[in-house]
Design a protein around this ligand. Structure first.
Ligand code: PLP
Length: 421
């Protein structure tokens, strides 16, 4: 039994795909004294974060902030826009898409779960869990729905259980090509603020996200970004809702307040995280995650282990799924790595329990924390007797050394060396 107050020396390596490591700046901001949530300072904080979060979703429309985990924001999206028995078209990219479908069914909706039906030699039990949303399947299904029974199309942007980031613009084009009025709802719980995301430009009606991934906050806060069509749909939708109801929240948010007690200190943290993201620039943030992902993938490939995502066009910049040889319990390997090296990796979820582990490369990380992560994995894999083709650590080191984080940085460093010689 682990004792709760036992902490090994040094920083814990939290390399699961969320919650992600929280920057010290954010932790310090959250340690400010809790203020009156009806007082004047709070209104200023509320207005600031509500405006800032719009920039991250790339929207001009309201974003609702809930004191709840991402699961709450999933429910809010459906409860505000749908009526009992409404038919929703969902797409099976992995475990989180499956949980959302289960929730929709529990809420009394009629769900249809599309999936890629091709053959996959590595994971024959879950071929669609290695690929992104196939927009053509959605287009074909909607084109057949001449009576417009489908009220919403629900997809996961970054499927955290597999390490696949789907092309949401393609899903929008598919809905438009079928000339279908269904609402588009997108779970970007682990995609937002790490991978390119454009709520308005991609014509999304409800985007759902959470605090504990790209926003680099502890868990406990989630979001619904809305479109005018979603707000309109909420006026006639009949599923019961009270806590999740957008109308009262959006009305009070106009002055920076909430109809209930919001999580003040997490909002301090959000304010700080938004400042950090703005200072770096979202495009630089996305490029940083892509580079990390390529470095980690180079390492996994050098080990000779299959990367979960089978389609290089949709590799996630946020996490990499690593499939272990048949007969090896991936969870036992993960436990060994945690015990020996104080490194937490994501477990295989649902259909993939015990078959794979996930390396998170998001949040407050850098090249060296990722190299340490690769070293922890490599040592653990060897201790567990997993045959490796070569050193992943060396391959990741090589990748990070050869690809400077900022364009021109390697040229400047070389010039400085020449000057010094
Ligand atoms: N959707 C995705 C893609 C997720 O990654 C998660 C959590 O990891 C969820 C939904 C559920 O969010 P939460 O665990 O915050 O309730």
């Amino acid at each position: 039994m682990l004792e709760l107050d036992f902490h090994p020396a040094g920083h814990h390596f939290l390399q699961i795909p969320g919650p992600s490591p929280v920057p010290d700046r954010v932790l310090r901001a959250m340690s400010l004294p809790t203020i009156d949530h009806r007082g004047p300072e709070f209104g200023a904080l509320g207005l600031k974060v509500l405006k800032g979060i719009q920039q991250v979703f790339r929207t001009r429309h309201p974003v609702v902030i809930y004191p709840a985990s991402g699961t709450g924001a999933w429910e809010a999206a459906l409860a505000n826009t749908m009526s009992p028995g409404d038919h929703v078209l969902m797409y099976e990219t992995g475990h989180f898409a499956s949980l959302w479908q289960k929730m929709a069914t529990r809420l009394g909706l009629s769900t249809e779960f599309l999936a890629w039906q091709g053959k996959d030699d590595v994971l024959p039990q879950a071929p669609s869990w290695r690929r992104g949303v196939q927009a053509d399947l959605i287009e074909a299904r909607l084109a057949r729905d001449t009576e417009h029974r489908v009220k919403a199309v629900c997809v996961v942007h970054n499927e955290t259980s597999t390490g696949v980031t789907s092309d949401i613009a393609a899903v929008r084009r598919a809905i438009d090509a079928a000339r279908h009025p269904a609402l588009l709802m997108v779970d970007t719980i682990s995609g937002l603020a790490s991978a390119d995301f454009r709520h308005d430009e991609w014509g999304i009606d409800v985007s759902i996200s959470g605090a504990q991934k790209g926003l680099m906050l502890p868990p406990g806060m989630s979001f619904n970004a809305l479109s005018p069509r979603a707000l309109e749909a909420s006026q006639s939708a009949k599923l019961p809702r009270a806590f999740w109801a957008w109308d009262e929240i959006v009305a009070m948010n106009a002055t920076g307040y909430w109809p209930y007690t919001p999580n003040t200190n997490l909002l301090y943290g959000l304010s700080e995280a938004l400042d950090m993201l703005e200072a770096e620039g979202l495009d630089n943030v996305f490029a940083r995650h892509k580079r990390w992902s390529a470095g980690v993938r180079a390492g996994v490939e050098a080990w000779g282990l299959p990367v979960q995502c089978a389609d290089p066009a949709v590799h996630s910049p946020i996490l990499t799924g690593v499939i272990l040889p048949e007969g090896i319990d991936a969870d036992a390997v993960r436990r060994l790595i945690h015990e020996r090296f104080d490194l937490s990796l994501g477990t295989g979820l649902g259909k993939l329990r015990g078959r794979m582990f996930r390396i998170g490369h998001l949040g407050w990380s850098n090249d060296l924390t990722l190299l340490a992560t690769m070293a922890g994995c490599e040592m653990g894999l060897k201790l567990a007797g997993v045959p490796l083709a070569g050193s992943g650590v060396l391959a990741s080191m090589d990748h990070f050394a050869r690809h400077a984080p900022r364009a021109g940085a390697e040229v400047r460093a070389e010039a400085d060396l020449k000057k010094a010689a």
